[in-house]
Design a protein around this ligand. Structure first.
Ligand SMILES: Nc1ncnc2c1ncn2[C@@H]1O[C@H](COP(=O)(O)OP(=O)(O)OP(=O)(O)O)[C@@H](O)[C@H]1O
Ligand code: SF4
Ligand SMILES: [Mg+2]
Length: 323
């Protein structure tokens, strides 16, 4: 995998949200939502992103898609830096990258037929005739396992799983190569979840898709992802193949996260590592290792120095002084 040219190269990316106060709305601080993330994403892979609520997963996904301005760093797609793209190339880039949300219902107009909603992408981005557009929408419905007749239906007439299929149809309409799935199956019942995962895998094959699969469900991530990135307070804590990460987690935070999965991994000791305290506020970012306020192994060095992001074995990266 490492000899391959990455589809996406994320280098030292930071995304800070300013905190404003007073009548003049002066910036009095920053929420450090994404804190110096560097990662390569390879064509055809499913890269999982895990971590507690508020650790910056969605902001990272949005930043990669160009939906948030970068505070610092760079992102390249197929070797070209996005920041330097011309208007025309940027438009093409935006078509190539799409997102699937947890709740597609929120982005659907309740008074618009599903067929019309799906047709919009073709109206905006292609010069297909009405007849051709309807044909394309029906083909899309088929592809995501929905009946062509559903073209006429309204959002409320669909179940949760069917709505997620519509969300997927919208995402693949313009033949993208990269999709951020942000908690895409988290709200679904287990059996429906399995069907949607199966559909995502099928589409990955037929459309040569690369996924960034954001989820707080470590069980699902293990099942779905080739590699997994663990984030803590906007920073990268560990990155490895799913097998490496679940069998041999190295970062104390990853160990704590994995120890909390209800179904233990065979061969791994069962005791649960409890993390003391809450996730620190990313607007008051800790000095040193971001995890030091909760880490059972923290030393004086951890309180002062940010650990480097190092490759400790082939493809296995970790940021910890004690590894
Ligand atoms: N538009 C915004 N303005 C200010 N702060 C924001 C904004 N979006 C996100 N944040 C903050 O950035 C941090 C990261 O949020 P983010 O939504 O990316 O986390 P997450 O890992 O996706 O959480 P969850 O698992 O709950 O979805 C949080 O502290 C959040 O409050
Ligand atoms: S660097 Fe220190 S505080 Fe951070 S995870 Fe490693 S041992 Fe814990
Ligand atoms: Mg989120």
């Amino acid at each position: 995998m490492t000899n391959q040219q990455p589809l996406l190269e994320v280098k030292n990316v930071k995304k800070y949200f300013p905190i404003k106060s007073g009548l003049l709305k002066r910036t009095i601080g920053n929420v450090q939502a994404v804190e110096n993330v560097s990662i390569d994403v390879y064509e055809g892979e499913t890269l999982g992103v895990v971590g507690e609520s508020g650790c910056g997963k969605s902001t990272f996904g949005r930043t990669v898609l160009g939906l948030e301005d970068l505070t610092d760093g760079s992102i390249s797609f197929r070797g070209e830096e996005i920041g330097g793209l011309s208007e025309r190339k940027l438009k093409k880039f935006k078509r190539e990258m799409q997102m699937i949300f947890q709740d597609p219902y929120a982005s659907l107009n309740p008074r618009q037929r599903i067929g019309d909603a799906l047709e919009e992408a073709f109206i905006i981005h292609t010069d297909l005739s009405k007849k051709e557009r309807v044909k394309r929408v029906k083909a899309l419905l088929n592809e995501v396992g929905l009946k062509e007749e559903y073209y006429e239906r309204y959002p409320h007439e669909f179940s949760g799983g069917q709505r997620q299929r519509i969300g997927i149809a919208r995402a693949i309409a313009l033949n993208p190569s990269f999709i951020v799935c942000d908690e895409a199956v988290s709200a679904l019942d287990v059996s429906v979840q399995a069907q949607i995962i199966k559909l995502l895998k099928k589409l990955q094959q037929s459309h040569q898709l690369t996924y960034l699969f954001i989820s707080h469900d470590l069980g699902v991530v293990r099942h779905v992802c080739d590699r997994v990135l663990v984030m803590y307070l906007g920073a990268t804590a560990e990155l490895a193949t799913s097998d490496q990460l679940y069998k041999n987690p190295l970062h104390p935070y990853t160990k704590a996260l994995l120890s909390a999965i209800p179904r233990p991994i065979p061969g791994r000791k069962k005791e649960r590592i409890r993390l003391e305290g809450d996730l620190p506020n990313p607007s008051n970012y800790p000095k040193g290792c971001p995890f030091h306020t909760r880490c059972p192994l923290a030393t004086e060095q951890c309180k002062q120095e940010r650990p480097e992001w190092r490759e400790v074995e082939d493809g296995h990266f970790v940021a910890c002084h004690e590894v």
